[in-house]
Design a protein around this ligand. Structure first.
Ligand SMILES: Cc1cc2nc3c(=O)[nH]c(=O)nc-3n(C[C@H](O)[C@H](O)[C@H](O)COP(=O)(O)O)c2cc1C
Length: 144
């Protein structure tokens, strides 16, 4: 299986979680590639059987907590039509409805959400491998 891991990271926590997911996916015997959301090309997505997409969260006093800058980077992604996508975020206090918002936005680009996890930022790296294992297990059951 070919897995593509995308991250939107400002200070490195989400990137570190994505890198730990890369190792976990490879450790399960799959091919995996990692890219920043700003670097991804349509061909990367076309070749992927499964994607992980992660972001940090950003809070606004009047508008709540959101997947950071998602209104910019989600519309700029190549089409996700028909692609299974597991989503994750890293946060400091509380992710609120960030994953729900992000999932809906990615569904609007054609994705099917197949897993989701919010990680407190200091636990994101250690949580990466169990998340990957859970997503891969349920994905295999879906396609079996
Ligand atoms: C401008 C700004 C706003 C943030 N707002 C929130 C917030 O509302 N809730 C929260 O739990 N964390 C908030 N955080 C913390 C980040 O989501 C958290 O540190 C995240 O892991 C950063 O990911 P990164 O290192 O990949 O950039 C905020 C961080 C910044 C810089």
């Amino acid at each position: 299986m070919n897995v593509l891991i995308l991250f939107n990271s400002r200070q490195g926590h989400t990137r570190a979680a994505a890198e730990a997911m890369l190792e976990a996916v490879r450790g399960q015997g799959h091919d995996a590639t990692i890219k920043a959301v700003s670097q991804v090309r349509a061909s990367d997505i076309e070749q992927a059987d499964l994607l992980f997409i992660g972001t940090w969260v950003e809070g606004f006093i009047l508008f709540g907590t959101k997947p950071a800058k998602a209104a910019l980077w989600v519309p700029a992604l190549p089409s996700l039509q028909g692609k299974p996508v597991a989503i994750f975020c890293t946060y400091l206090f509380h992710p609120r409805s960030s994953l729900k918002t992000m999932g809906a936005m990615l569904e609007g680009r054609g994705a099917t959400i197949v897993g989701q996890q919010a990680f407190r930022r200091n636990r994101a790296v250690q949580g990466a491998a169990p998340f990957v294992q859970h997503v891969l297990r349920s994905f295999k059951q879906r396609v079996a």
